[in-house]
Design a protein. Structure first.
Length: 300
């Protein structure tokens, strides 16, 4: 019996070790040489790979898309006060916006330094993922290092509502923040707008709409962090050379665009083959780059 018990323990240890090795092999993702914070990036890649597998299973079972599954699973913790930064939520139009401000300026109007500066920040996530809370640390650093107030806008994701919901929410929130500037002790002439990835694209759309509409509200600064700047050609040399890089290969742009524009994945292949590019878009692309777009399926 003792011998059998020892054999069983050894078998369980071997099985556990083998399972751990298989899991590590399955989750391992080679990282580019230029990667920084490699340990954190490797952890994120493993988490994304796991989410991708769960999402694909959901799609096979007709339970929704990977992006919808990721949105339901991912939850970002609410920020906590620090010695120098106060966080709170305030409704601006349709957006429950996360506000971060210096602790010594926790009042509004007369109780606050007049003419303070601010930045409206729009998070990324392929229009389908993310929340203002994903940038708690960034908001905190911006406030601590610059003394400005940060308005991290929340908008409806494409997994909930397709275009133009996200744009409408960002635009209406931006206008509401500008309208409330005086009551918040802000100088409307010192309000910037910024965003990363898909959030960068949304900031560009908001700024362009403000200009087109003749709105008196004009951001002092427009900052886009690795933004989505074009969706006409998803087969550029940059797209092709980075399509199998960690993170990117699990986040194909065509899927996010299809979910954002069509509300589901029905247009993903069509977009990846450039079938969505209108004649006007093709002419504009040719004028800008000198390149002629040809539908990918014409060469298949």
């Amino acid at each position: 019996l003792i011998l059998m018990g020892c054999c069983s323990c050894r078998f369980l240890l071997f099985l556990s070790a083998a399972s751990a090795c298989l899991l590590a092999y399955g989750l391992y993702e080679p990282l580019p040489d230029f990667s920084q914070d490699r340990a954190l990036l490797a952890l994120r890649c493993a988490a994304l790979k796991t989410l991708t597998a769960l999402g694909r299973l959901m799609e096979r079972l007709n339970l929704g898309s990977f992006e919808t599954a990721a949105h339901r699973i991912l939850r970002f913790p609410a920020p906590s006060y620090t010695s120098s930064v106060i966080f709170y939520y305030r409704q601006f139009a349709n957006s429950r916006t996360l506000v971060a401000m210096p602790r010594h300026e926790s009042g509004t109007g007369e109780n606050r330094t007049a003419g303070a500066a601010a930045v409206i920040y729009i998070h990324g996530g392929g229009w389908a993922l993310g929340a203002p809370e994903m940038h708690n640390s960034l908001c905190e650093q911006l406030v601590e290092q610059t003394g400005i107030t940060v308005f991290a806008v929340r908008y409806r994701l494409s997994s909930e509502q397709p275009f133009p919901a996200a744009f409408d929410d960002c635009l209406s929130a931006t206008l509401a923040i500008f309208d409330a500037a005086k009551s918040l002790g802000l100088d409307a002439g010192r309000i910037a707008i910024a965003g990363d990835s898909a959030g960068g694209q949304l900031t560009a759309s908001v700024v362009q709409q403000l200009r087109r509409s003749g709105s008196p509200h004009r951001p002092k600064l427009h900052l886009m962090v690795y933004p989505v700047t074009q969706a006409v050609n998803l087969r550029t040399s940059s797209h092709r050379s980075h399509s199998n890089v960690a993170l990117m290969k699990h986040l194909p742009s065509s899927r996010f665009l299809s979910l954002y524009l069509a509300g589901d994945m029905s247009a993903a292949d069509w977009i990846s083959q450039l079938g969505h590019a209108t004649e006007y878009a093709r002419l504009a692309y040719k004028r800008a780059t000198g390149e002629v777009l040809v539908n990918a399926y014409m060469h298949m």
